[in-house]
Design a protein around this ligand. Sequence first.
Ligand code: GDP
Ligand code: ZN
Length: 459
Amino acid sequence: MFIDDTIAAIATAPGEGGIGIIRISGERSLQVAQEIFKSMSGKQIEEYKTRTLIYGNIIDNENVIDEVLVAYMKGPNSYTAEDVIEINCHGGFISVKKILELILSKDVRLAEKGEFTKRAFLNGRIDLSQAEAIIDVIKSKTDKAHEIAQTQLEGTLSNKIRELRMNVTELLAHVEVAIDYPEEDIEHITYKTLKDKAEILRDEIKKLYDTAESGKIFRDGLKTVIVGKPNVGKSSLLNSILGENRAIVTDIPGTTRDVIEEFVNIKGIPLKIVDTAGIRETDDIVEKIGVKKSRESLSTADLVIAVLDSSRKLSEEDFEILENLDKKKAILILNKVDLNQKIEEEKILQYVDNDSIIRISALNNEGIEILQNKIEDLVYNGEVKNSSDLVITNSRHKDALNKAYKSINDAIDAINQNKPFDFIEVDLKNIWDYLGYINGDTVTEDLLDSIFENFCIGK
Ligand code: GDP
Ligand code: ZN
């Protein structure tokens, strides 16, 4: 993939804003900038040190289009590793549009989505996992997701993949010597040693793969639903959880306007509470949609918070909810502990263990901390996770690791059966390829295109 054209795009989000930035990358960047920019000092761009902001005007046929700051970042020390010009102009729609049009009239092509980042990858400045981390940084909705993406951007995943592939290479080298020089008088690796080394590699791959479960939660949020019949205190509970922890509210595009996701940060775990718009209205979503629908949300959620009113006896609807609770992902709340208790706890215990029950008063904010600890327990299964650990958040990476894991198991099977080294070599080569999907070493152009399609224009 040889790159020889120069591309440009508006890098800032559309709309009114303080500044707008137009980015140009490629061989002709500097030349184009020289043609359209006049510095106030009268000096040429290349007389300044690289990566200096230069004050001046963008000029088209003697007309000043806008007052700008221009930066020239000479490759390879730039985002794309090519010569890059960035023009900071006044925000809004017209300045950026006019400047971009002027640039595009000078034999420069409009960049495709993510093309700057794609070039950074193709030019070898970053690997594919780092490029993908850049999308994740931009799209992250919680602090935690952002933190993980930053770690991957710094190259932690890249380093790990490189290390794993080096182990594969080492194994391959042993196997290939044995294949190429079967009769020679050199000592060949034994099946036993091969097996030991392959098992270590398998465990490493598995360990990384296993982080994907919590990785998905950190990236997308733990899909949480709050269920319970009317008036048990769902809205009150939601409000007291949200009180201190609200992170972000997003509308889901393409759905009705009242479907809202609310992200709450509980001990670093992003909870994506769905249908909160419904819960918060006076007529609850559960009232409107009935038990059938709530049964549906019970099955698709990662976490179910079921609420009962402990100041009243259990009703038919309460039993419906209890019957449908999946113990592995449900927390049962007995709310209104500040009132006289009438609920029949012994009946509840036929459905859930005592330690899945949390007693709270949403009204007085009592027991909320215990609920938060419970959520943490449920997510981590009692394991304490170090936040700086390498976590797989990308389903593409997860998929590649899964394939690598299958191949290493195939290799181990072949070793166990003392199969010829050629057999083992095939599996090892597969692992090498699959791991290469992650850092981009062995990806196809089609795959690259589909990855960079998720970027925004100008990134
Ligand atoms: P929802 O219909 O399940 O969303 O219930 P709401 O949150 O709207 O609460 C119904 C009523 O119960 C409201 O009047 C709340 O003030 C009251 N309530 C909620 N939680 C508590 C609690 O812990 N103690 C008491 N005494 N009242 C509560
Ligand atoms: Zn409510």
